[in-house]
Design a protein around this ligand. Structure first.
Ligand code: DGY
Length: 468
């Protein structure tokens, strides 16, 4: 484990959260970015896990943990394993991995909705509390990435520890959450997508009453530590709370979901990661002597289902599907580009997705990564969370997709654009898609982690090496 206390002292002098004058920004070298990213991750380390942000997200989040581990693997693979293990300690007996694992040292008033709200029934002695909903299954990908950074007997032991847990998580999603039997996993809450207030959910959410009454006696924490204009509206938040209460009060059951629950949606990013996880599991299986074939079969089946169910030929991208109505969301959201990460995608789909990413709607260019929503949409909002801003994790995934399909020039353009953004603005949670200004939380863990990963491919200091 790296020396966190030394790092804590060191970061005091690093201006991670302040934006220096423009002249200095362009002078930040890759080594500066590397130092600063390490400092963010060290500052956000809490006993046995990394928090996404000290202010907004003081517990451990599920898909954040996967992206964070990918970055940690570049500087300290032991810590990467440790971090991801702490998430899986809260895995439910049915295989689901909670979207938040709560730190018992954080007071209930410091995050809403905290453990008192979720009232998870299956507490196991010695295991941390979590929520009853999930997030996109990016963890198998992370496990394989960590292994690749530092293979060897200890890493193989880690693969053996994670493999059955990852398989259980996939089984839960592929069986309990396949609400229609069409081979895709459904989400039962926008928080499960990780893209909480994306316009992708608007059509399905219209069926959920925005009863502000559910917020009475409950205090949003996010708006106390971040600008309200950058966060989901109260109407959306009321729907989020109502859906969480309904799922909780139904005992977190998944039977008859489409008939019982108001929000049951198939998300292209969630399912693309579900298939990508099977590809990663196939590789892991090959190392530990398990059967890769079963995972490759599952990956192919999910990929086909994504393509059959979620493709819209009119828009040249994938769309979320409301299981209750059978309709595709009309919104063009970046979640519909992420299936580009899938190896088995037909070439015409790949060409269409790349064209859509490069179009005026998403604006992939040398100067800016891809926005989270169609820039030409009437309700495009450059600062509100997932309704316009640029996010590094999604662009990191898109870059993987570009590389997967041989679009190496565009992949390099995207890498440069991401690095330029953090060079100018710092490790923010998300970025204004026109000015590049940082928005949301400063010193955000996955932004720092994924930049470490990008830097680690090239000119950055070596893994675990001294930074000076
Ligand atoms: C939040 O706290 O806003 C999260 O995105 C919900 O998981």
């Amino acid at each position: 484990m790296s020396s966190i206390s030394t790092a804590h002292t060191a970061i005091a002098s690093i201006p991670v959260t302040d934006r220096p004058p423009a002249g200095q920004l362009t002078e930040r070298t890759p080594a500066d970015l590397w130092h600063m990213a390490r400092a963010v991750l060290d500052a956000n380390w809490s006993r046995n896990h990394t928090v996404p942000s000290r202010t907004l997200y003081p517990h451990q989040w599920s898909w954040d943990a996967a992206f964070i581990a990918i970055g940690l693997a570049r500087i300290d693979p032991d810590r990467a394993w440790h971090d991801l293990r702490s998430l899986f300690l809260a895995q439910w007996p049915d295989g689901r991995v909670p979207h938040i694992v709560f730190d018992p040292d954080v007071a209930e008033r410091d995050y809403f909705p905290g453990p008192g709200f979720w009232q998870v029934p299956l507490r196991r002695p010695g295991h941390p509390d979590g929520t009853g909903i999930v997030q996109p299954p990016a963890h198998a990908l992370a496990v394989w990435e960590i292994y690749q950074r530092a293979p060897g007997p200890q890493a193989e032991a880690e693969l053996r520890w994670f493999y059955p847990r990852l398989v259980a998580a996939q089984d839960y999603l592929s069986s309990c959450r396949d609400a229609t039997g069409d081979g895709l996993a459904s989400i039962v809450h926008p928080w499960e997508s990780g893209l909480d207030n994306s316009p992708a959910w608007d059509a399905a959410l219209a069926a959920v009453p925005a009863d502000l009454g559910v917020l009475v006696g409950r205090q949003r924490h996010d708006n106390r530590v971040a600008a309200a204009a950058h966060r989901p509206t109260d109407e959306d938040y009321a729907r989020f709370v109502a859906l969480a209460l309904a799922y909780r009060d139904g005992g977190y059951r998944d039977d008859e979901l489409a008939a019982r629950h108001d929000f049951v949606v198939e998300c292209p990013t969630f399912n693309a990661l579900l298939a990508a996880a099977e590809h990663a599991l196939a590789r892991i299986a090959a190392v530990i002597g398990a059967d890769p074939a079963v995972h490759l079969d599952r990956a192919a089946r999910i990929t086909r289902a994504v393509d059959d169910q979620l493709w819209n030929p009119q828009t040249g991208m994938y769309h979320a599907r409301d299981v209750r109505t059978g309709r595709l969301s009309p919104a063009r959201c970046v979640s519909g580009l992420v299936p580009l990460i899938l190896p088995g995608l037909p070439p015409d789909r790949v060409a269409a997705l790349v064209a859509t990413a490069e179009s005026h709607r998403f604006g992939l260019s040398a100067s800016m990564p891809v926005a989270s929503y169609d820039r030409s949409a009437a309700d495009f909002d450059p600062v509100r969370y997932w309704r316009g801003p640029v996010w590094i994790n999604i662009n990191w995934l898109l870059r993987r997709g570009l590389r997967e399909h041989g679009h190496l020039d565009q992949a390099e353009t995207l890498r440069d654009a991401m690095l330029e953004l953090v060079r100018r603005s710092g490790y923010y949670e998300y970025f204004h898609p026109e000015t590049g200004d940082g928005v949301g939380s400063a010193a955000f863990s996955w932004t720092a982690a994924l930049v470490l990963d990008l830097l680690g491919e090239g000119e950055a200091p070596p893994v675990s090496g001294p930074v000076d």
